[in-house]
Design a protein around this ligand. Structure first.
Ligand code: OMP
Length: 235
């Protein structure tokens, strides 16, 4: 199984994005289009990236009432994307509605994008969860429960920290997708990320895919860092 190494294209203008992709030219990439890029460049950026042959994770983290999420997913399904996500905190009805909307919007000749649900953001630690989100259960318990609610709702997998992958596999099985941001080399700044591992640790923990942003986008030589992290990921 080719396990994706996903590059988060979190760059603050079009020229920087084009320059990064130019430096990675010739690589068959899996890229993540997040809110920053989608809000700036819209549907057109998806077409551009697809025309260049890249696979796409559209990361808009939908979280709204079930009806709105269903109708929005129906719209997103008309884009040529490979993965899309919601917040598991929206609850089971919302997650089922997301899946329904995706199915309604996917045209018959196309494959439905994978739907994954964010359990707890990798920028959240247990203290923040308890003191600011007022969630009293231990973080691992919350992640485990949200993952199983996601599975019960027809979602294909979760976004989580690699640290939680073994316990998610325990409750949801090994084929439930786990896509993991919060990836750093030992020498990288953590920034706002709290639950962090290296690409090699993510592999050992059994992640399906990893998401890497600033380690590459802020690097002096993004190609070199991409190659090194990918090698660590692939083992
Ligand atoms: O859904 C996501 O992609 C996501 C979920 C999560 O829990 N944590 C998280 O960092 N992300 C995204 O993954 C990327 C991580 O970027 P870096 O921290 O720069 O590597 C960002 O685009 C985040 O929006």
């Amino acid at each position: 199984m080719q396990r994706p190494f996903i590059i988060a294209l979190d760059l603050d203008d079009r020229a920087k994005r084009l320059s990064l992709l130019e430096q990675l030219k010739g690589e068959s990439l899996f890229v993540k289009v997040g809110m920053e890029l989608f809000y700036r460049e819209g549907r057109q950026v998806i077409e551009e990236l697809k025309n260049e042959g890249h696979r796409i994770f559209l990361d808009l983290k939908l979280h709204d009432i079930p009806n709105t999420v269903q109708r929005s997913m129906r719209e997103l399904a008309s884009l040529d994307i490979d993965i899309v996500n919601v917040h598991a905190a929206g609850g089971k009805k919302m997650m089922s509605a997301a899946r329904e909307g995706l199915e309604q919007g996917t045209i018959a000749s196309k494959k439905r994008p994978l739907l994954i649900a964010v359990t707890q953001l990798t920028s959240t630690d247990e203290l923040t969860m308890q003191n600011e989100l007022l969630i009293r259960q231990p973080l691992n318990e919350v992640v485990r429960s949200y993952a199983s609610f996601a599975k019960e709702s027809g979602v294909d997998g979760v976004v989580c920290s690699a640290k939680e992958v073994p316990l998610i596999h325990e409750v949801c099985g090994d084929t439930f997708y786990t896509v993991c941001p919060g990836i750093r080399r030992l020498e990288d700044a953590l920034g706002d990320q709290k639950r962090v591992v290296t690409p090699g640790q993510a592999r050992e923990l059994g992640c399906y895919g990893i998401v890497v942003g600033r380690s590459i986008t802020n690097a002096m030589n993004p190609f070199e860092v991409y190659q090194a992290m990918k090698q660590d990921w692939e083992g």
